[in-house]
Design a binder for this molecule. Structure first.
Ligand code: A2P
Length: 345
């Protein structure tokens, strides 16, 4: 049956992509409600040739809604997701608010689709960098257990939202016309620059983004045993993230076997042209559904190590597409209604 869907954060970068995906993937919609802050109330957005008005979200917004796709930040999700669950909807939440809550499944459909069935009203969409890495390395982990992951990320401006993308473009034009770049969303100019991810640091010196890669990977893979260490960096790319990944397995993993596995892995496109020295690039990943993976090679420093490089569209597979795939999973398995709804805070 068709479903009544609400997008919370419809005016944002991820919200806009959610709209595009619901249309292009022909999601079975009975009705679509666009929600954002009071600042955007009345703004018109076109969907399937119709003009829909954005509404300011409030406690009553979720009456009669089956599925909420939320991407309006952690504090909005914390306040609004429990209201949506109370109103009988299932919330697929793109924020970090509920990801590590043991009552909330954290789902990458290519990795742990079965976890979605356990939902109690909220399903969390993982962190973008974590999703992209999980899609690329889980097919290898299924064959031989990964013991340790060392990641270095090159993250685009889109991770900080539509305003951050606009800020980088404005900074670039300012610099090109000889003016000083102004930073307001980011702490420093990002155009023609890069800086370590600007999320808060813990007592070990890891930033929040890095710890998301550690903790969320373990939850998605269903094991606390994988050791993960990451260095996350923001780079002046608009919307696709890149990651250099070093994997250590329990036993040697042949690069050609890894390449073969990844060539048919769901959600992965192999871009591994050694003759042409052509490998994944953010401009090629932009607007694509698949995570591009290449430069698969033996680690010369460790006999059980593999190196790979990936790029993936942060707004698409890193956020909106993963959320829509979760919604499609709910529909396909007929689990839109939770077994037991709980009001989480
Ligand atoms: P608005 O445009 O009305 O501010 P992005 O991540 O691209 O910055 O987008 C954030 C999204 O979250 C936007 O749609 C934004 O709406 C929405 N949003 C931000 N704060 C709130 C809030 N307090 N209540 C509802 N929506 C919010």
């Amino acid at each position: 049956r068709p479903y009544r869907v609400a997008i919370l954060g419809a005016t944002g970068a991820v919200g806009q992509e959610l709209l595009e995906l619901l249309e292009s993937r022909n999601f079975p919609l009975a009705d679509l409600k666009l929600l954002a802050s009071a600042r955007s109330a009345g703004q018109k957005i076109s969907f399937k040739g119709e003009s829909l008005a954005v509404e300011a979200v409030d406690d009553k917004s979720f009456d009669g809604i089956d599925i909420v796709l939320a991407s309006a930040g952690g504090s909005t999700s914390k306040a609004m997701a429990p209201k949506a669950v109370e109103a009988g909807a299932v919330v697929i939440d793109n924020s970090s608010a509920f990801r590590m809550n043991p009552e909330v499944p954290l789902v990458v459909p290519e990795v742990n689709p079965e976890a979605a069935s356990e939902h109690k009203g909220i399903i969390a969409n993982p962190n973008c960098t974590t999703i992209l890495m999980a899609v690329a390395v889980y097919p290898l982990h299924k064959v031989k257990k990964i013991r340790r992951i060392i990641a270095a990320t090159y993250q685009s401006a889109s991770g900080a939202g539509a305003k951050a993308m606009a800020e980088v473009q404005t900074q670039a034009s300012a610099i090109l016309s000889g003016q000083q770049p102004v930073a307001s969303i980011f702490p420093y100019p990002l155009a023609f620059n890069l800086f370590p991810h600007n999320t808060p640091l813990n007592e070990m010196g890891y930033c929040e983004e890095e710890m998301k890669m550690v903790n969320e990977t373990r939850k998605i893979f269903g094991t606390q045993e994988i050791r993960v260490s990451a260095t996350c960096v923001r780079v002046p790319v608009l919307r696709a993230h890149s990651e250099a990944i070093n994997l250590e397995f329990d036993e040697p993993f042949d690069k050609d076997e890894a390449r073969k596995i990844l060539s048919s892995a769901p959600g992965v496109k192999l871009v591994d042209d050694w003759q042409g020295n052509y490998f994944p690039m953010p401009i090629d990943a932009t607007g694509r559904d698949e995570v591009l993976v290449g430069r698969i090679r033996q680690d010369i420093s460790h006999n059980c190590g593999l190196e790979l490089w990936l790029c993936g569209d942060q707004i698409r597979k890193g956020a909106a597409l993963n959320a829509v795939q979760i919604a499609e999973l709910l529909v396909e398995k007929n689990i839109v209604k939770p077994k037991l709804a709980v009001a989480l805070t």
